[in-house]
Design a protein around this ligand. Structure first.
Ligand SMILES: [Zn+2]
Ligand SMILES: [Zn+2]
Length: 363
């Protein structure tokens, strides 16, 4: 998309309203920086790069706070942005582009080069009404829950399930019961603000070594959507892993089996877990636990042959972004294409349901 950001104020505001409604009232530098960070996340850019842009945004906010509204624009117009500590040429060019003080090449190129095409899965994508797996700053996500919800809404979703990690995953700041309770209060407040968009309550709960779950039953029962995922002892022997997964998916509170093989196919690759997939998928079908199509590019879990097996067992699937940042919510396109490639119909996909139907189905 080649949107000219600097013709006149009205045109700029319309362009950004269409692209990122959530921040349409923010100053232009912030909208441009938010959009850039969104696109970098969408393209899985290196963490350091995204961190530099996040830091740059905070620095510009400080410039605006100390110098008053319009300070960033003044520096952009005077070509002095790179004189600010922490603002390099890329950030400067994004901001100058937003104010018509330079070309918009950087952002235009990012828009075009990070677009996630959709192929055979386009009908499924159109049928999706929400996303059942997302993280926010409540655990290891990079954006606040509100920003995640607004981005999901901008993508046409009616709901987003907040599924931050459970307490065992300390490296990901997993939620204790007390923090989960706080999150539920925030969700209620956000739902009042964002209606008719809905944030459904949920958690990505660790499946413990014995197949039990890392959250007490009374809390599991309170959540709209529970994903059970293995995050440790991934390579234990197949017999043990099979029992562990079967026990977890048989738990009446578990609605979705998250990234079932735990393989990683990019970066620090990881071989999949070993388990008897017939047993596990038979249990998923029996206990009505959906098998997740995890859309993260480094996971692409389950592999196609396992997905086909899950379909033979007539399992339901859930096409989930597992987004840790707003731009990553677009990754559901990958899962829709994959689902379509093995002949999955909209009816078999959990998140083609409305929020109300989903909650009714899972309760
Ligand atoms: Zn996970
Ligand atoms: Zn996750």
């Amino acid at each position: 998309m080649n949107l000219n950001l600097c013709r006149n104020k009205r045109a700029r505001s319309v362009a950004y309203t269409r692209r990122m409604e959530p921040s349409a009232d923010d100053p232009l530098y912030r909208q441009a920086m938010d959009r850039t960070i969104y696109l970098l996340d969408r393209s899985m850019a290196p963490t350091q790069k995204i961190r530099a842009f996040n830091k740059g945004r905070a620095i510009l906010d400080e410039v605006e706070r100390v110098g008053g509204p319009g300070s960033v624009e003044r520096l952009a117009q005077q070509g002095k942005l790179t004189g600010v500590d922490g603002i390099g040429s890329s950030i400067s060019s994004v901001v100058c582009g937003a104010y018509g003080a330079g070309p918009t090449d950087y952002l235009d190129h990012l828009e075009a080069s990070t677009t996630i095409a959709i192929g055979p899965g386009s009908q499924l994508r159109d049928a999706l009404k929400g996303d059942c797996h997302s993280h926010s700053t409540w655990s290891d996500g990079g954006a606040e829950l509100r920003a995640m919800a607004l981005a999901a809404q901008a993508l046409g979703h009616e709901y987003l399930v907040a599924t931050d990690h459970s307490a065992r995953l300390t490296v990901a700041h997993g939620l204790s019961v007390d923090r989960l309770a706080e999150q539920l209060v925030e969700i209620e407040r956000l739902n009042d603000e964002l209606a008719p968009f809905t944030i459904l309550t949920g958690m990505e709960v660790d499946i413990l070594d014995d197949g039990s779950l890392d959250l007490p039953d009374e809390w599991l029962a309170r959540l709209d959507v529970v994903i059970g995922s293995v995050h440790h002892r991934i390579h234990q022997d197949a017999a043990h892993m099979t029992k562990r997964l079967v026990k977890a998916v048989a738990n009446p509170h578990v609605d979705i089996l998250g990234h079932c093989t735990n393989r990683k196919v990019m970066g620090n690759k990881r071989r999949p877990s070993n388990f008897d997939a017939d047993y596990v998928f038979a249990a998923c079908a029996q206990f009505d636990t959906a098998v997740e199509i995890n859309c993260r590019p480094e996971r692409q879990d389950p592999p196609v042959e396992l997905l086909e097996l899950a379909l033979e067992w007539e399992c339901r699937v859930s096409i989930d972004s597992d987004a840790h940042a707003p731009g990553q919510l677009e990754w559901v396109n990958y899962g829709c294409d994959k689902a379509a490639s093995v002949g999955i119909e909209a009816e078999q996909v959990l998140n083609t349901r409305s929020a109300g139907d989903l909650v009714a189905l899972l309760s």
